[in-house]
Design a protein around this ligand. Structure first.
Ligand SMILES: Cc1ncc(COP(=O)(O)O)c(C=O)c1O
Length: 390
């Protein structure tokens, strides 16, 4: 056998790119050549960490609190996260069920490994966060696509689940969701949970955008069941993307498996990050004030997009995204986004990242950044679409 036949990437390593990151690379290259680029491609909250958080991190470093922690994280942080469920949802959660992870992303790997075997089938709604699909596939788990309907805010429903051709072992949901920002109503959420319990389907609920909602608070799946896996993170509401701290709330039957996996795969999440996250839990007021900025950005962006002629936009109820139909202008969202970046300096993400089938006619705008950038983007985008029409 020739050596080059052996030295090849694995099938699993042929995971698809996260296109938003590819757009970021192209946008950064333009920025490096001196152009003003308007970054609406990533869900990267502006504002960063408040001083109390960076000070806690510095204190941890000065005090040499930098060694490994328990695989599930420092006890105070796990207790603090449990306390969040008390404050936000009036629920008492045993801290023993909480695993601190390397972001929600690290949490997904642990959750999927603990709950599913290679060849298992897991349903995911399109459009959806691309890494659900890509991570599941990299782990050898079959992704069953649910084509979520625009009239349901692109969220999956029990009718969609009933229509699946074969049973599934798992279902991943998110409310508010990326790329739409749409939410699942309380009754629909309860019905999905019931369907999962009845059919023996393991529910994974990505609650990373909890705290960033505009009209009503998001409901945790924990209100309806203790059998689901809850994924969350300090990246979004707490604006700590690069600190890489997330968490899982686990059903009792998966605690030991996830702990063994965490010990072996990561040892523990960043210790400095964990101390910073603990401080972030006490700075909730600072973060809550930022909701006004997101709300303002959303209103400016939605008015700008509809004014420019895009009127099919998913309900932007939470998170910081607008998912818009561009079918009147293009059926190739990658080409649309490349041209937009080249001609206006606006970076947005093609819909095919989130929906490989219908996403050719959609794009996602993130309004997590500066208001001035959103305003400028609306101005440039309106003029650019006008030029496409003429
Ligand atoms: C829906 C969703 N889940 C998970 C993640 C990953 O989050 P983390 O930074 O905690 O790994 C993101 C990041 O954008 C996201 O949008």
């Amino acid at each position: 056998m020739k050596s080059e036949q052996i030295v090849q990437p694995s099938e699993r390593g042929r995971i698809k790119a996260f296109l938003a990151m590819d757009v970021l690379r192209a946008a950064n290259a333009r920025q490096a050549s001196g152009e003003r680029v308007l970054h609406l491609e990533l869900g990267e909250p502006g504002g960063g960490a408040p001083e109390s958080v960076t000070e806690a991190a510095a204190r941890a470093m000065r005090g040499r609190a930098t060694g490994y922690t328990n695989a599930f994280g420092i006890d105070e942080l796990r207790a603090g996260i449990a306390g969040l469920y008390g404050r936000w949802h009036d629920l008492a959660i045993d801290r023993g069920r909480i695993a601190v992870t390397a972001g929600a992303s690290g949490g997904f790997v642990l959750a999927f490994l603990a709950a599913f075997d290679p060849g298992d089938r897991v349903a995911v709604a399109d459009p959806g966060y691309p890494c659900y699909r890509n991570t599941l596939e990299a782990l050898g788990i079959e992704v069953v696509r649910i084509e979520a309907k625009a009239e349901n805010g692109f969220q999956p429903t029990v009718a969609d689940l009933e229509a699946l051709a074969q049973p599934v072992h798992g279902l991943v949901i998110a409310s508010p969701a990326n790329p739409t920002g749409s939410m699942i109503g309380s009754g629909d959420l309860a019905a999905i949970v019931k369907w999962c319990e009845r059919s023996g389907t393991r529910l994974v609920s990505d609650e990373i955008y909890h705290g960033i909602t505009f009209d009503r608070p998001a409901e945790t799946v924990l209100r309806h069941t203790d059998n689901a896996i809850i994924v969350n993170s300090f990246s979004k509401f707490f604006a700590m993307t690069g600190w890489r701290i997330g968490w899982l709330v686990l059903p009792d039957d998966l605690v030991a498996a996830v702990e063994r996996l965490a010990q072996n795969l990561y040892i523990s999440a960043s210790t400095v990050g964990q101390h910073a996250a603990l401080a972030a839990l006490s700075a909730e007021d600072v973060y809550r004030r930022r909701l006004d900025v997101y709300r303002r950005n959303r209103d400016i962006l939605l008015a700008g997009l509809t004014g420019a002629g895009l009127d099919r936009i998913a309900p932007a109820e939470g998170a910081f995204y607008a998912y818009a139909h561009i079918g009147a202008y293009s059926d190739d969202s990658i080409a649309f986004c490349s041209r937009l970046l080249a001609e206006t300096g606006i970076a947005i993400t093609p819909g095919v990242d989130f929906d490989p089938v219908r996403g050719h006619e959609f794009v996602r705008f993130s309004y997590a950044g500066d208001t001035a950038d959103i305003e400028e983007a609306c101005k440039r985008f309106g003029g650019w679409l006008e030029s496409l029409r003429s």
